[in-house]
Design a binder for this molecule. Structure first.
Ligand code: ADE
Length: 232
């Protein structure tokens, strides 16, 4: 049976997984085991930030020997076309707060960008199409899904000037606080990974308000896409 590792930083980002996959506690605090469509699914609430995320990813590898890691949750939108609740599927990840970033190119892990698994990202794109078809059939608003660079750092970005900097410097589609650390850990362990984020805010001066309003619905949307990926 294939073992899937799912990471969300906050309870809101794993709530749908625990519910939909009938998850039960494991012997490790913060890691739950669910079953779905023939998969053994290890669901981890990591806590916020890069170190928490890296610890979570390494635990999933070392203790539960997962075959891949998917991180889903919310993010601040950076790409100008994004609307709230749109989806960003990671093409590649990097740190926006590691300076100078090319230290990572010249020292372990000898890369400053971590490429997401293309098989997983193709599945995620198809899952977004399937969800949009369902939403349309129910007369609900559809959303756009983009594949692009996700940048992570240990800060909640809430300035339009900083958002522009991330767009200009990295061609970033969205920013969050865990993805690159999970990607880095998966890369070192030679495990495929994907980051899927739904937009809760635009990383600008209104980000905190918007985050409070959209956190739950955005987290559920990203989780729903993961469930759809695992349904086929
Ligand atoms: N996650 C959701 N919104 C974010 C933001 N604006 N900055 C960092 N992480 C986020």
């Amino acid at each position: 049976m294939k073992k899937i590792g799912l990471i969300g930083a906050m309870d809101s980002e794993i709530a749908a997984f625990c519910r939909d996959f009938d998850a039960e506690k494991t012997h490790i605090p913060g890691i739950f085991l669910g079953k779905y469509n023939g998969y053994e699914i290890y669901i981890c609430v990591s806590g916020i930030g890069k170190v928490n995320a890296a610890i979570a990813a390494q635990r999933l590898v070392d203790i539960f020997a997962v075959d891949c890691i998917i991180n889903s949750g919310v993010a601040g939108g950076i790409y100008e076309k994004l609307q709230k609740l749109d989806i960003v599927i990671s093409k590649r990840l990097t740190y926006h707060d590691f300076d100078p970033l090319d230290i990572l190119d010249r020292n372990p892990p000898y890369t400053m960008y971590f490429d997401a698994d293309t098989e997983l990202s193709d599945k995620a794109t198809k899952a977004c199409d399937a969800l949009n078809t369902k939403l349309c059939a129910e007369g609900k608003d559809s959303f756009c899904a983009y594949c692009g660079t996700v940048v992570s750092g240990d800060c909640f970005v809430s300035s339009a000037a900083k958002a522009k900097e991330l767009r200009d410097k990295f061609d970033a589609y969205c920013t969050e606080m865990e993805g690159a650390a999970i990607a880095h850990t998966a890369y070192v362990n030679k495990i495929p990974f994907l980051i899927i984020r739904a937009i809760s805010d635009f990383a600008d001066e209104d980000a905190e308000n918007s985050f409070d309003s959209f956190e739950n619905v955005a987290a559920d949307r990203a989780a729903f896409i993961v469930k759809e990926m695992l349904s086929v």
